[in-house]
Write a protein that binds this ligand. Sequence first.
Ligand code: MCN
Ligand code: FES
Ligand code: FES
Length: 910
Amino acid sequence: MLKKTLTINGIAKTLVVDPDTSLGDVLRKQLYLTGTKVYCGDGHCGACNVMVDGKLVISCMMKIADLRDEAEITTVEGIGTPAKLDPVQLALVAVGAPQCGFCMPGFVVSAKALLKRNPDPTREQVRSWFTRHHNACRCNGYKPIVDAVMAAAAVERGERDISELEFTMPADGRIWGTSYPRPTAIAKVTGTLDYGQDLGLRLPAGTLHVAMVQAKVSHARINGIDTAAAEQMPGVAKVVTARDIKGTNAIGGLNDPNNLGSTWDRPILCDTKVFQFGDAIALVCADTAEQARAAAEKVVVDLEELPAYLSAPAAMAEDALEIHPGYPNVYFTQRLLKGEDPKPLLDQAPHVVQGDFYLQRQPHLTIEGDVGFAYFDEEDRLTIHSKSIFLYGHALMIAPGLGVEMDKLRLVQNPAGGTFGYKFSPTLEALVGAATMATGRPCYLEYDYYQSITYTGKRSPFWMNVRLGADADGRLIGMESDFLVDHGPYSEFGDLLTKRGVQFIGAGYDIPNIRGRGRTVATNHAFGSAFRAYGSPQSFLASESLVDDLAEKLGIDPFEFRLKNVYRAGTGVTTPNGQEPEVFPYPEIFDVMRPHYETAKARAAEQSTPEVKKGVGLALGIYGCGLDGVDGAEVHIELTPTGVTVYDNWHDHGQGADIGTLGTAHEALLPLGLAPTQIKLVMNDMAVTPNGGPAGGSRSQVMIGQAIKDGCEKLIDAMRRPDGTFRSYDEMVAEGLDLTYVGKYATTNKDIDTEGQGDPFTIYMYTLFLAEVAVDTRTGKTTVEHFTAVTDIGRINNKLVVDGQMYGGIAQGIGLALSEDFEDLEVHTNLRDCGLPYAKDIPDDIQLFYVQTPRELGPFGAAGVGEAPLTASHVAVVNGIKNATGVRITHLPALPEKVLAGIRQLAAES
Ligand code: MCN
Ligand code: FES
Ligand code: FES
């Protein structure tokens, strides 16, 4: 041990430390300065950045022994507090940079260190500083952070007044449609919001730490599990295996009736087979995390390895074993039959294109990994805290497996450092629940970042073949599609995803005749989970690439070709699933985009050189808001002595459930004249908040928003006196009137049938993307230099949030196009090697425009937004590469070597 004296945020502290501990761990675990976030632990995210003697350091990588005695450490807590924000923090709040917020403390410290060295940086200097110091944000696409640093620098130089960064309440008192900062923003930029790890540090004495014994192979039979040696290890309270689980030990239960997979095919703890790398086989519960991990190493698992099928085609081979014995590897088929059979039409059509496409297993790459804990609450309910964005659904999916009644199971969402959909599936909920049930003690489970990457769900790859044809006038006449979905070993939500494929391949255009087939395949690669825009990035990769190719064949500009064929009012056009669109914004969206497209083309032509070719790519993207078919939500609205409390289950990934709720409730409660601060939010705890459904499918603003509106209207009606004025809280009590009102909303939509026809969503989001790319023909490296998006998401609730969603989603689309992947289990093991984009990889010039067509069935005219930016932004990039170089990339990501090979092949052919 080492005695160290450090000056931390100006206060001298004497510490006794293990010399091998990192500075980050000492700050968090010994000093409880939890503003500094440490998750990746290997220098790839910068969330843990602090200053040491004025210099920026990555605290997870710095050993405490390497600090000089009396070193001066500055953490986010030393920069500003909620009561006294530093200009950098205030500016971040003002521009809406904090979404999930997990990266924010690292950016705050990093920005302060930069401004200390260079009080007047250029935007490019800010971007390269963040890149150099590994500051990564997965939510906001970096541009807002750079905006904030520039604004804060101007304030610090005395060129701007700090008050300019404060939100000014509009004269009419409305916050709907404004840039009112989200309620959690200040806590996020000051490091005072407690995420799962922070809450974990404050659990009571006696809490056990859980370590998983995981499979290190992808497919195997389990012949035996020997826990004897592990049980003898110091600090071990219990080694939990499937035998200790009271229930069926299975997760699942939400499959489509036509799904031939086993509905309950995911074991909580594997007992007979390993289905994928990382599968959990046993849980070691011990007094400390180190003890639990050491004992986990001692569990002996006798495995007989089986052939691993790591892709859909491999699992479909004739001699492939059934991954779940008794169930076929191809377990769900969705067909699409619209209009007449297009085959004869396409065989005769003057212009036809066809292609094979593959969209990769995109990893979510949240800056916070997966973490949760469980305990029995005061009503003896098994209470599980996690990043779940589907509390009631996950309870249904894990209760029978654990052997616990639904009314004895309570799920709570912790503040989440991003999920992007991976938490639509349960991850560690059942594991930590099983540990608490087996030991009777609070249990804490934290996946390290390697585990977070290798053992959570991924975007399921699609293997697609699509044929598309147009008549001599350039009108689309028919399309055929056939695709495979590699959904990993577990069937949950695989059917849903396959349905999305038939709905979105070719969406946006009037295609009267379509035949399609999607098949869902079990493999031994990572299980498929939701990922923002579920199913549409795959679909649009095929159809939006082919639309460009068809335009080229026809000799028509891709902009004009798209415009000619998009959904238009009064034409009787229907979506691929036979539904009439609820609005027809594309002609206007194209009008708004046209000048930017012309500028982009001119810029590319002017700047292109043989070494660096520039190109312009377009793609449109559409996505539905909701769950397929009937959807709805419930909320509770309570009048209190000080205002109104909203109880809802609008789960927060980081997108802004807090401001979503507040903005909608405030608008609905306008007649009462409440200040936003008089509306209290109680969210995401099954014990106190009613079922609002998952925060998936960009549904919450619409579904929960409508329920909030309904509940608020009921409260206002109850408060209204005959003369139109309102009763006070005291008067309501005196008159014995109810104080709490149940807000409800339900749709009557019809999921698609076996022929792929139906009206699954009430509301859709519509976007047109424009990417301007530069391809270095010597290396094949693509850089996106400018990006423009024109979107119709109905009326906007909060401008900061909506812009933030668009910036972040576009950044993820660029990553999807160019770098992100989870394929090689040896290589794709951390944020950097999975291709996470840093500031230098995302253009600083991202222009966002909105066409706000009000939605009749959206609260105050709103649609959703969350998934719109990731529907097809990647295809705009891919089409840009084609435009610049002539190379059509069909298998993503478009890594430099792939683009270079394409360039060389074209050169050889010419
Ligand atoms: N909003 C608005 N005006 C509109 C529509 C929406 O201001 N016209 C706001 C809402 O109030 C909400 C946000 O935009 O704060 C997103 O709303 P919505 O589209 O209804 O989506 P959900 O709230 O249901 O969020 C889920 C969606 C999905 S499915 C994924 S995945 C996703 C996403 O949002 N994951 C995210 N955005 C994310 N953003 C962050 N930072 N992190 C994630 O993990
Ligand atoms: Fe230190 Fe990610 S936690 S760099
Ligand atoms: Fe940056 Fe979420 S706000 S990672």
